[in-house]
Design a protein around this ligand. Structure first.
Ligand code: C5P
Length: 242
């Protein structure tokens, strides 16, 4: 793994309004973790919450999973880049022309020295083989994940969101630079909640993950800052032995 980045934990700020998200961010350290803003928080608060997080020094993953015609997705990704977010994402099933257009627009409109990272969702982890069959796709989800990851990389994107269970298969076929962003992480001893197929931070890193999305094990902890530092330390150890 040749990605030079020691901040590997992205804390999911899954809150219905800005004040709770900002209150949680204030308990974290932007030197240790990044944060993720998803559809619920963004639909309620818009760019304002992103700007408030930036003002606190956080790099933001804007997890809006755009999927539309190339021009529309490219323009939306361009606005995200102008907003200065660290990472934004689209659905790979929007196809090559959509992803290439998005990549071009992000390149043009990124602010500052570091371009906004553009990644793609392959197959939603909620989808099973029968769901794909209903959509006319007679294929195992993991094969479709691998196919869309290849398409994502060849369209010039920086990586994919995937489950840690899929990470090893994608890592085996992708370049070292290709970023694998994996949710469903549970440090040993934490509450599993509604997540099904989980991995510990160390297991996810060993499987080839680049960034770990962690929500409730950090935000639901009594000391979120200490919990985030503990996950990052586990990652550091695992990276050292990879
Ligand atoms: O609280 P928890 O650690 O389960 O939060 C995980 C975050 O990752 C949530 O924001 C969730 O929406 C997101 N996510 C996920 N599984 C996926 C894709 C995204 O849990 N397959």
């Amino acid at each position: 793994m040749s990605i030079e980045d020691n901040k590997r934990v992205i804390v999911a700020l899954d809150y219905p309004e800005a004040d709770s998200a900002i209150a949680m961010a204030k308990q974290l350290d932007p030197e240790v973790s990044r944060v993720k803003v998803g559809k619920e928080l963004f639909t309620r608060c818009g760019p304002d919450v992103v700007e408030r997080l930036h003002a606190l020094g956080f790099e933001v993953f804007l997890d809006l999973k755009f999927h539309d015609i190339p021009n529309t997705v490219a323009k939306a990704c361009g606005v995200a880049a102008e907003l200065g977010v660290w990472m934004v994402n689209v659905h790979a099933s929007g196809g090559r022309r959509m992803m290439e257009a998005a990549r071009e627009e992000v390149e043009k409109r990124s602010q500052g020295p570091q371009r906004t990272s553009l990644i793609a969702v392959t197959v939603l982890t909620s989808m099973e083989r029968s769901d794909l069959a209903e959509m006319g796709l007679d294929i195992d989800p993991i094969d479709q994940v691998k196919r869309l990851a290849t398409l994502t990389e060849s369209s010039g994107l920086d990586g994919v969101v995937c489950s840690a269970q899929e990470a090893a298969a994608i890592r085996a076929q992708a370049s070292d630079q290709f970023q694998l962003v994996t949710p469903g992480i549970r440090p040993a001893g934490s509450v599993v909640g509604d997540q099904r197929r989980i991995m510990t931070p160390a297991e996810a890193i060993a499987a080839g993950s680049t960034y770990l999305v962690v929500g409730r094990p950090i935000t639901g902890s009594e000391d979120p800052k200490a919990a985030a530092i503990a996950v990052q330390s586990e990652v550091d150890l695992a990276l050292g032995s990879r």
